[in-house]
Design a binder for this molecule. Structure first.
Ligand SMILES: C[S@@+](CC[C@H](N)C(=O)[O-])C[C@H]1O[C@@H](n2cnc3c(N)ncnc32)[C@H](O)[C@@H]1O
Length: 225
């Protein structure tokens, strides 16, 4: 929504609008969720492509993405790594349906999950990545341990998120977001048994979900099991 429409609302309407925006970002739903998925994919394109570039997958390795939204970036993943097997898991039925509509590759599959456990045997994947989902994890340590369990020994986890110092100024993040600094995310990874092998902090200009341009600082952490 354009910023001028937001400031024309009453306080109560603004709060309801921001809560709904936060709800849609955490689990896109229905027609509005489809539009949210499209906007997220555009707004987060640089974070996502940087993460995909860093994966450095070889041959027919197996990669898991947690929370791909509508997954339209998976076309780019297959351009870079044509022979890998990709699995995308998301808690949003709407996003899983959209992802299946948009991505038709034989070696891609999408699964609806509960957001607390990963329905895969131990040591299933060479790499796991996630972009802009950590804010919504209900049990962060248990979920990070789940991620470690699903990685093969020596496998890597790629965690991309916008930092607390930026996110806390956005008007909707007070409704159900858990925010992380570089340090608190690193502690979480280490507590779950990961060794951090690389951390990259960058800034980029984007259009915020509330509709105005902002400079976002984000982190990509690469951790090894
Ligand atoms: C803000 S969107 C980010 C989508 C995409 N990764 C991007 O950066 O554009 C968050 C996505 O993660 C999903 N999600 C939220 N919590 C999750 C969880 N615990 N496990 C898996 N997916 C989750 C949501 O349904 C949504 O599709």
């Amino acid at each position: 929504m354009p910023y001028f429409l937001l400031i024309a609302m009453s306080h109560h309407e603004q709060v309801e609008h921001l809560k709904e925006l936060a709800r849609q970002l955490s689990c896109p739903d229905g027609e509005q969720g489809i539009r949210t998925g499209e906007n997220m994919n555009i707004n987060n394109a640089y974070m996502t492509s940087l993460t995909i570039d860093s994966l450095d997958l070889k041959g027919d390795q197996k990669v898991l993405e947690i929370g791909p939204g509508n997954a339209s970036h998976v076309h780019y993943l297959f351009e870079k790594y044509p022979d890998v097997s990709y699995t995308g898991v998301d808690i949003s039925d709407t996003m899983i349906t959209e992802a299946r509509r948009l991505i038709h590759a034989d070696q891609a599959q999408f699964q609806l999950i509960d957001g607390e456990t990963l329905p895969f045997p131990a040591a299933s994947f060479d790499a796991i990545y996630t972009v802009n989902t950590i804010y919504f994890w209900k049990e962060p340590l248990a979920y990070t341990q789940e991620i470690a369990r699903c990685l093969k020994p020596g496998g890597k986890f790629f965690l991309a998120f916008a930092v607390k110092e930026f996110m806390e100024h956005l008007p909707f993040t007070k409704y159900g977001f858990e925010l992380y600094t570089l340090e608190s995310a690193s502690e979480l990874l280490q507590e779950a048994g990961f060794q951090i092998i690389h951390t990259d902090q960058q800034t980029e200009e984007i259009l915020s979900n509330a509709g105005h341009p902002v400079v976002r600082t984000f982190v990509l952490s690469i951790a090894q099991k």
